[in-house]
Ligand binder design. Structure first.
Ligand code: IMP
Ligand code: MG
Length: 179
C-alpha cells in the first residue's frame, strides 16, 4: 500500500519493510562490533517494541539481557511530552553497560531525561541506539551512538510508531503527506 489513512490524515510510504530490515541489521552489526560485555539492552516502550525485538535477535554479544521501560509524562493542557519518571525498570542498573533502544529521536527531550536518570544510578557505560533520528529537530548535545536512518523533520508512523495510538502494527514506515 502506497498510501494509508489514519484518523483522517493521509500518510505515504516512506521506508519499506525490506529497507527497515537492512537498517536494523546494520545497527546490530555495529553494536556487535563494540564487543561490549554483558550488555543490558533497555527498550523504551511503546514505540520501540518491534525494533527491539528484531535487533535483539541479531545481537551476538555474550550474556546480553533485555528489559523494558516506559516514560510517564505530565498530562496537562500544556503537555509537550515533558518527561517525569521512568517506570518498569526491574533491573539494578548500577555498574551495568546499558544500550538504550529507541524508536525515534526527535527533539531529544526524552533521551535527555533517560540519560540523566540512568547516569544518576551509576551505570558503567551508556550507549544509545535509535532506529530513526531527526537531526533538524534535535536540540540536545548528547551523542547518539547508533543511528539507523536520519530523516527529515516530518511526522512518521508504522513499525512501532503511532499516530494517536494507531499505526504501530504497520510493517512499513509512512510519512505524513503534505500538499
Ligand atoms: P523527543 O521529541 O525526542 O523527546 O521524542 C519523543 C517521542 O515522541 C518519541 O520517543 C516518539 O515516541 C514520539 N515521536 C517523535 N517523533 C515522532 C514521529 O514522527 N512519529 C511518531 N512518534 C514520534
Ligand atoms: Mg518513543
Amino acid at each position: 500500500m502506497k498510501e494509508i489513512i489514519l484518523h483522517n490524515k493521509t500518510f505515504e510510504l516512506f521506508i519499506s519493510d525490506i529497507e527497515i530490515e537492512k537498517i536494523v541489521n546494520d545497527i546490530a552489526v555495529n553494536i556487535n562490533n563494540t564487543e561490549i560485555k554483558n550488555p543490558l539492552f533497555i527498550a523504551v516502550l511503546n514505540g520501540s517494541f518491534l525494533f527491539a525485538s528484531e535487533v535483539i535477535r541479531k545481537i551476538t554479544l555474550s550474556n546480553s539481557e533485555i528489559s523494558f521501560i516506559k516514560l510517564s509524562s505530565y498530562e496537562g493542557t500544556q503537555t509537550t511530552g515533558k518527561v517525569e519518571e521512568i517506570i518498569g525498570l526491574s533491573h539494578n542498573i548500577k555498574g551495568r553497560n546499558i544500550i538504550i533502544l529507541e524508536d525515534i529521536v526527535d527533539t531529544g527531550n526524552t533521551l535527555e531525561k533517560i540519560v540523566e536518570l540512568f547516569n544518576e544510578q551509576g551505570v558503567q557505560s551508556l550507549k544509545i541506539a535509535t532506529l530513526l533520528y531527526k537531526p533538524e529537530a534535535y536540540t540536545k548535545e548528547i551523542p547518539i551512538d547508533f543511528i539507523g536512518k536520519k530523516i527529515p523533520d516530518k511526522f512518521v508512523v508504522g513499525y512501532g510508531l503511532d499516530y494517536e495510538e494507531i499505526g504501530r502494527n504497520l510493517p512499513h514506515i509512512y510519512k505524513l503527506k503534505t500538499n
